[in-house]
Design a protein around this ligand. Structure first.
Ligand code: ATP
Ligand code: AMO
Length: 466
């Protein structure tokens, strides 16, 4: 067959040779009846292709045909790679293709609901346009999500989901290298695991059931089952009532559960090493992707320390108090206080990534272990990136009597979780773990302002399609 070349690998070494490429016609710019420029895109790479009438292979009809192509149509081009006189602006590849053959594989409709160039513009371009009086089209979040397949084609979105894939991959790789076993727990479950009413109810062949709010009870049962250290990457369902920039109704949970020997800081140590390794990897190996996101949504690189900063909840409360923010030392931090603390920590410790531990017991789920020295507090932690939560974790109660007592105190009908509680009657080691929201990690690492940007097909209280 013929030799295909990927647009991304078109470089000066190929100058003079004939190549066959396939991509989307991103822009079609006729300069005369004799000549038309096409920018052809594949994945994140773009190349300029030139059609000029000549006796050998390019007829006037061909130029007319190219001029009449609709944007985003998939085309095949055969042509000769050449080095342009002046460097090309606006394409990723620095060579051109002098077209000899052109074939349209599949036409796109002439009036696309989203123009890819419009969708890829940065705020800076809009600001400039305002000054020059140029009219630019702004593509709203809803339009983007309604026509997600078009929106996905922007360089920033291509980069975002590649980064998401790396985050998931590092999570698995790191934990496998630390002796963790990957598991899969059921998503069709009899009841809530985190307390609260935020579950999607359904009918399971006549039995009331719901979609899993987290793998919590099952990952702990796997520890009771003797696995020692487990992780899971899976869908998590939350029937969130409110519409915020950081809550989805379905997200990807990265969950960890492990035996501990002496202290739940053993769990924090895993968080520490896992995330430092992950951030290092992204900074070293995803430069192109981070640049692509930066061009549309400029952000400051994440600041993090080699050894993650750990502060107690009360230290956080004190820092807030000193800054004039009153918070309840036995309550939870609201979103605003969390953001503020993020700023204060950044100023004082020069890091955007830190662990806040020893939360008040009252604001943690029933399965959380109480502090041995003060039962008003718990052996628990949250992890923050730029002042927003990406992880919750804790030591768990492995004593069935205490677990029953705590479940009752939290208003849970213990009959509904009896098999879970019984798991701790058959010999269960002390253990702890944590849960990470994949979309939140990507959102906050890149300082994106909305979790919908990091979910391929986001599910929120108002959106079930596409
Ligand atoms: P999770 O719900 O998984 O624990 P989270 O980031 O929502 O993650 P929470 O501990 O539930 O963390 O909430 C922290 C704070 O965020 C709450 O005190 C509340 O102010 C705010 N918050 C939580 N959920 C919502 C929501 N659905 N809408 C608006 N604000 C919320
Ligand atoms: P939690 O409820 O805090 O803890 O969830 C863990 C992490 O999941 C992410 N997250 C969300 N992401 C998007 N949309 C949502 N609606 C949403 N809710 C939560 C956050 C959060 O930090 N079982 C415990 C974890 C554990 O202790 O192991 C749990 O579910 O990043």
């Amino acid at each position: 067959g013929r030799r295909w070349t990927e647009i991304g690998s078109l470089d000066i070494e190929l100058a003079g040779s004939t190549v066959l490429i396939r991509g989307a016609a991103q822009t079609i710019r006729p300069v005369s009846k004799k000549m038309v420029f096409l920018v052809v895109r594949h994945y994140v790479s773009t190349v300029q292709c030139v059609l000029v009438i000549n006796k050998e292979c390019v007829s006037p009809q061909m130029v007319k045909f190219a001029t009449g192509l609709s944007k985003e149509s998939i085309i095949d081009i055969e042509g000769v790679v050449s080095i342009p006189k002046d460097p090309i602006k606006g394409t990723t590849q620095q060579v051109e293709v002098q077209v000899t053959k052109l074939f349209c594989v599949n036409r796109a409709v002439p009036n696309l609901p989203i123009n890819i160039e419009d969708a890829a513009r940065s705020e800076m371009e809009f600001e400039k346009a305002e000054q020059t009086g140029e009219q630019l089209v702004r593509v709203g979040q809803d339009t983007r999500l309604n026509y997600r397949v078009l929106d996905m084609r922007t360089p920033a979105n291509q980069a975002t989901f590649r980064i998401q894939c790396h985050v998931e991959n590092i999570f698995r790789r790191f934990l496998l290298s630390e002796g963790f076993v990957g598991i899969h727990t059921p998503k069709l479950v009899p009841g809530s695991s985190e307390g609260g009413a935020a579950v999607f109810k359904l009918d399971y062949k006549g039995q009331p059931a719901c979609l899993a709010q987290s793998p919590q009870l099952y990952k702990q049962m796997a520890i009771c089952g003797g696995f020692g250290r487990v992780f899971e990457v899976g869908s998590v369902f939350r029937a969130e009532d409110s519409y915020t920039h950081r809550h989805l109704c379905e997200f990807v949970g990265l969950d960890v559960e492990m035996e501990i020997k002496e202290h739940y800081f053993e769990v924090c140590d895993i968080v520490d090493r896992l995330f430092v390794a992950m951030f290092d990897y992204l900074n070293e190996n995803c430069k192109k992707e981070l640049d692509a996101i930066n061009r549309q949504y400029p952000f400051e690189p994440l600041k993090y320390l080699r050894k993650t900063l750990r502060l107690t909840f009360l230290e956080g409360v004190k820092m807030l108090k000193e800054a004039g923010v009153e918070v309840d030392p036995f309550g939870d931090l609201n979103t605003e206080a969390e953001k503020k603390l993020g700023q204060l920590v950044r100023e004082k410790y020069d890091t955007d990534f830190y662990i806040l531990y020893r939360y008040p017991l009252a604001v943690r789920p029933f399965y959380t272990m109480l502090c041995y020295d003060d039962p008003a507090y718990s052996n628990s932690f949250d992890v923050f990136v730029r002042g927003e939560e990406i992880i919750s974790g804790a030591q768990r109660i492995h004593l069935p009597e205490l677990l029953t007592k705590r479940a009752e105190a939290c208003g849970i009908d213990v009959k509904t979780i009896s098999t879970y509680i019984d798991s701790f009657r058959y010999g269960a080691p002390p253990h702890g773990g944590f849960g990470v929201g994949l979309e939140r990690v990507v959102m906050l690492f890149c300082a994106l302002n909305n979790i919908r940007k990091t979910s391929l097909f986001p599910r929120d209280p108002q959106r079930l399609v596409p």
